[in-house]
Design a protein around this ligand. Structure first.
Ligand SMILES: C[S@@+](CC[C@H](N)C(=O)[O-])C[C@H]1O[C@@H](n2cnc3c(N)ncnc32)[C@H](O)[C@@H]1O
Length: 286
């Protein structure tokens, strides 16, 4: 751990843990020891996430997997890669959907994207889906951009901490359930149906790419994007960590670029970050 302010970014680009506990206080805390063990195994730092819900979820999962306590479950994870995979599935919560929260996509379609496309000719948009899960958000964005401007040059990068989700995102395959919020004409235009799977077209696939990355540790690409979507990912972080992450997301936007957050989320001090709220859950960087 570096000696940075909790929840702030260290010189190495990592967001430090909120309220790190002194060694003595931590002694006997099997949850903290478990998280440190998981961090050594996977690099994922569960101590950055809200403790209450994360701890409850982990303890009940460990119990269901037959472990007597957290030290026993950590030993199990150390010896069983498949179990480790199941565990990560449980803690990272990968739920997503094509056109998830349609009202947010309507704002993007009618306000944000037309404005960004009008700023260059042909329209050019560089976007980041931060916490992309299996890619539904990135493909939805690609479809909307091309729907608005068939000549648009879009570069959409999706990043997620969960390597298995990133591999899945690259396939561009979605279940009927994933597609439940999508309008059928749009689905048919941009995806082909193969049995019960909606397969993203090669045109969409050429606009997206996916990378593994921990939002709390990856270096910030300054002023790199016109649009950053970070939805339904920070809800699991402590407030300090969430605020520090929002600051980094804003740094990765160019002036005039947009940040879109989840419809149950908030940016604590938008003005301090140079953000102006333009629509619900949508901010423009001044
Ligand atoms: C609920 S999904 C949200 C997917 C998509 N943004 C949406 O709104 O449909 C949250 C994703 O955040 C990812 N995640 C959690 N912690 C992360 C971190 N520290 N860095 C990158 N991704 C993270 C999880 O793996 C999961 O895929």
């Amino acid at each position: 751990m570096s000696a940075t302010v909790p929840g702030r970014t260290s010189p190495q680009g990592e967001i430090s843990r909120p309220n790190p506990r002194p060694q003595a206080e931590r002694f006997g805390d099997d949850y903290t020891a478990f998280c440190e063990g998981v961090r050594a195994l996977t690099s994922i730092d569960l101590l950055q996430y809200k403790r209450g819900q994360m701890e409850r979820r982990i303890r009940s999962f460990a119990q269901r997997r037959g472990a007597a306590d957290l030290p026993a479950y950590l030993a199990q994870l150390r010896g069983d890669r498949a179990e480790l995979g199941e565990f990560l599935d449980r803690v990272t919560i990968n739920v997503s959907q094509l056109w998830r929260n349609p009202e947010q996509w309507r704002v993007l379609e009618t306000e944000v994207l037309p404005e960004l496309l009008a700023e260059s000719s042909p329209g050019r948009i560089k976007a980041w889906s931060a916490g992309c899960s299996y890619g539904a958000e990135s493909y939805t964005l690609a479809a909307l951009i091309r729907q608005l401007d068939p000549r648009a040059r879009a570069e959409i990068v999706g990043t997620d901490i969960d390597r298995r989700m990133v591999e899945r995102a690259k396939l561009g395959r979605f279940s009927a359930d994933d597609a439940r919020s999508a309008a059928l004409p749009l689905l048919r235009r941009w995806f082909t149906r193969e049995d019960d799977v909606w397969q993203a077209s090669s045109e969409l696939r050429s606009l997206v790419r996916f990378e593994v990355g921990d939002l709390l540790r990856m270096p910030t690409k300054r002023a790199a994007y016109d649009l950053v979507l970070c939805r339904n990912t920070v809800i699991y972080f402590t407030e300090d960590v969430r605020d520090a992450l929002h600051e980094r997301l804003v740094a990765s936007l160019r002036p005039g670029g947009y940040l879109v957050i989840g419809s149950t989320e908030r940016v604590s001090h938008p003005r301090e970050l140079g953000l102006v709220a333009t629509h619900p859950f949508t901010y423009r960087k001044s």
